[in-house]
Ligand binder design. Sequence first.
Ligand code: HEM
Length: 229
Amino acid sequence: MTTTSPYDVQPGDRVHRRDPVVVDRHSSFVRVNHWTTVITMLLLWASGFALFHPSLYFLAGLFGSGENAREWHPWLGLVLFVAFYGLFFRFWRACLFAGEDSRWLAGLPKVMAGGDEERLPEVGRFNAGQKMFFWIMAIMVIIMLVTGLAMWDQYFYDYTTIEQKRIMVLIHSVVAVLVVCGVIVHVSMVIWERGTLQAMTRGYVTGGWAWKHHRKWLRELVTGGRVGP
Ligand code: HEM
């Protein structure tokens, strides 16, 4: 039996021969990292939208005042950058596109319209939708950071002109809305694929879930000897 792991298998991934079978999917470290990203993202949305439009200014109440929301927002952005890139360096290999991804994407509309998931090709640790979310977020987080730094006048006022700052505000706002849309799709997929949420809350999934949604990954674990009691 081979012991070399495919590129998408994470160090802690393991199948447990219990009744029912469970499969370790996300370590405690990854889960804390993920939920730190989520909490920071929510705080960024609240502080960002409070600054965006007077009708949303009430959200500044969460921070005590508008001044606090304005002051905390860029620091929260830095925390998000570090937290997201913690996930990035953990998952980038597993999110490289594989041969089956385009066929999986092509077959997805029929499955979402009520078709049989068995018609889709077997996928590894992440499916093509998860991989797309991952890479799109990686790009958008960088754009938010760069445009945000350009607007952080307290420290970087001299580095950009007023004209450039205006363009940065526009890009920052448009990409922020795209980030919100991306996260809404991400959460919808988690809800749609029953049993997925516990991967990020408890750290493990059922063998049935892994067989149904990530069969190639499950096969990789079993044939790679990642099986324990
Ligand atoms: C309430 C909001 C959220 C919920 C309920 C949620 C839930 C989850 C769950 C259950 C997984 C594991 C999927 C699996 O193992 O197959 C996951 C993965 C992931 N989440 Fe979230 N998430 C949320 C928000 C976010 C946010 C704001 C980000 C950062 C922008 C994020 C980034 C990721 C990444 C990078 C992964 C791994 C790759 C992927 O599944 O695409 N999540 N999330």
